[in-house]
Design a protein around this ligand. Structure first.
Ligand code: B4P
Length: 190
C-alpha cells in the first residue's frame, strides 16, 4: 500500500497537489479539512462545534479528527492506499495514525512536506478568500493565527516522521505541475 502524508502550513498546496496525486496513484483522499467542512455544510453537531474553532483559525480537538479518520479507514478497506491531507496536525494525531494503520497491518510509506514562506501563504489564502467563501481565508489576522497554530502544534509532527526516516521536504513555490513532478520523484524512492 502507498500511504502518503502530505504536509505543510495552511495554503502550502496540500489540497491542490492531492487532487493530482489521487488521479495518478488511484489513492483515497482523506482531507480532514474537507471532512470537517462537509460536516459544517450538513449542519451536524460535530460540524457546529468545529465551525466555532475553524472560523477562528484554531485546530479542532484531536479526538474528533482521529475518530473521523478511523471511520474513513474502516469504510475504505479495499483501498490501494491513502493520501492524508491536513492530517496528522499534532504529534498525538501522528501517534494515533501509526496505531490505527498498524492495527490494519500497514504503515505510513512517507511524508512529503511542502515548504512555503509566510508571505506567500498569506497572499495565496487571501486570494482564495476572495471567492472561496471560507471565513478562515477572509482576514489576515485569522490567517496569521492559522500559521501560528501550525508553527506551535503542527511543525513538530515533521520531527516525528524524521525520527522514522520517512520525512522528505520539497520547495512548494513554483508552478503546480513542477511541484507535482518533484513529489512524484520523491514517491518513486519510497
Ligand atoms: P485545511 O482544509 O486542511 O486547509 P488549508 O491548510 O487551508 O489548505 P491547503 O494546504 O490544502 O491549501 P490549498 O492546496 O487549498 O484546514 C482548515 C482548518 O480545518 C484548520 O485551520 C483547522 O481548524 C481544521 N482542521 C483540519 N484538519 C485538522 C486536523 N487534522 N486537526 C485539527 N484541526 C484540523 O492551497 C491554498 C491556495 O493556494 C489555493 O487557492 C491554491 O489554488 C493556491 N495554490 C496551491 N498551490 C499553488 C502554487 N504552487 N502556486 C500558487 N498558488 C498555489
Amino acid at each position: 500500500m502507498l500511504n502518503l502524508v502530505l504536509f505543510g502550513p495552511p495554503g502550502a498546496g496540500k489540497g491542490t497537489q492531492s487532487q493530482k496525486l489521487i488521479e495518478k496513484y488511484q489513492l483515497v483522499h482523506l482531507s480532514t479539512g474537507d471532512i470537517l467542512r462537509n460536516e459544517i455544510a450538513n449542519g451536524t453537531e460535530l460540524g457546529l462545534e468545529a465551525k466555532k474553532l475553524m472560523d477562528q483559525g484554531i485546530l479542532v480537538p484531536d479526538h474528533v479528527v482521529i475518530g473521523m479518520i478511523s471511520n474513513k479507514l474502516d469504510s475504505n478497506k479495499d483501498a490501494k492506499g491513502f493520501i492524508f491531507d491536513g492530517f496528522p496536525r499534532t504529534v498525538a494525531q501522528a501517534e494515533a495514525l501509526d496505531a490505527l494503520l498498524a492495527s490494519k497491518n500497514t504503515a505510513i510509506s512517507g511524508m512529503v512536506a511542502l515548504e512555503v514562506d509566510d508571505d506567500e501563504l498569506q497572499k495565496r489564502l487571501l486570494l482564495r478568500g476572495k471567492d472561496s467563501g471560507r471565513p478562515d481565508d477572509a482576514n489576515p489576522e485569522i490567517i496569521r493565527r492559522r500559521i501560528d497554530e501550525y508553527n506551535s502544534k503542527t511543525a513538530p509532527v515533521a520531527s516525528f516522521y524524521k525520527e522514522q526516516g520517512k520525512y522528505h521536504s520539497i520547495n512548494g513555490i513554483g508552478s503546480i505541475d513542477a511541484i507535482f513532478a518533484e513529489i512524484t520523484k520523491v514517491i518513486g524512492n519510497f
